[in-house]
Design a binder for this molecule. Sequence first.
Ligand SMILES: CC(C)(COP(=O)(O)OP(=O)(O)OC[C@H]1O[C@@H](n2cnc3c(N)ncnc32)[C@H](O)[C@@H]1OP(=O)(O)O)[C@@H](O)C(=O)NCCC(=O)NCCS
Length: 317
Amino acid sequence: MIFSKIKGVGSYLPKKVLTNKDLEKTLDTTDEWITSRTGIKERHIVGSDEQTSDLAFEAAKKAISNADISTEEIDLIIVATTTPDKIFPSIACNVQTKLGIKNCPAFDIQAVCSGFIYGLSIADKFIKTQSAKNILVIGADSMSKITDYTDRSNAILWGDGGGAVILSSSDQQGILSTHIHADGQHEELLHVPNNNIKNKIKQTITMQGSQVFKIAVNTLDKIVDEALEANNLQKKDIDWLVPHQANIRILEATAKKLQMSMDKVIVTIDRHGNTSAASIPLALDEGIISGKIKPGHLILMEAFGGGFTWGSALIRF
Ligand SMILES: CC(C)(COP(=O)(O)OP(=O)(O)OC[C@H]1O[C@@H](n2cnc3c(N)ncnc32)[C@H](O)[C@@H]1OP(=O)(O)O)[C@@H](O)C(=O)NCCC(=O)NCCS
């Protein structure tokens, strides 16, 4: 039987750091409010000369090196992003060029904060149908480029970064299941409207935060049950929760549902904020580098985001 297994992980954060104290200088907010309502202390922000493709490329290089494969062995590139450098070409094509490889298919997908789980799910199917052997799956976003820094309910949340994995065919168990979903009916609760202000298009995130919060918590509860039931596993079997990082209170609610102590949750939100499609691979990489996540561990990844979209991946690392 053919399985798809994560062979290498890499991540990258831009150098510039925006702290809550920095935001206090320009917004009617406080470090205390942001920390207690979101868990965020600081986030990384791209410089004026940096693009999402740069974050994707830097993360990809590390994942390829950690997987110990050559770039020529990559036979598909999938990038999950909501903030591409241009409408087209895709970031995936851009990364392919930067890596110096040709001919393999490369495409972007857009499922906002669930994008990385969507990407893993697609890559898993390519491997299990023997259509690819080594797939570069990247989640990268520059959310600062679509954030209105005069809106205190949004400016505090978002950060920039990139994370990547090499998913390879293997005779050992890796991805046990992926589940992905969408429901487009609540678009107005979280979206980037096309506001034409004085003939200048201003595209920034609009969110009804408390309503999104409630739907996210309820949906994530169901994701956990769905993943466990599909694999005939119990809550206690999970070694690590590697969640999308939107709000520490959402992470705590999911951990409670899993009857899991927060010690078993990889938390990066305090330093990264919400980096959308990048947040799960960034957290995964941090879990590995810190020595917490080890080969053989069972990991549940889950995400909820704009669309709405949501999903999970249960992985034997
Ligand atoms: C955005 C979020 C942090 C706001 O926290 P909240 O506890 O729901 O706060 P509310 O939006 O109900 O606002 C409560 C009050 O705080 C105020 N407030 C909002 N942002 C503030 C800030 N940065 N500093 C100080 N006060 C703020 C509001 O104006 C409101 O004031 P009012 O009661 O006088 O009207 C939270 O709702 C959230 O994280 N939502 C989900 C995020 C998410 O999952 N996003 C996308 C999925 S990827």
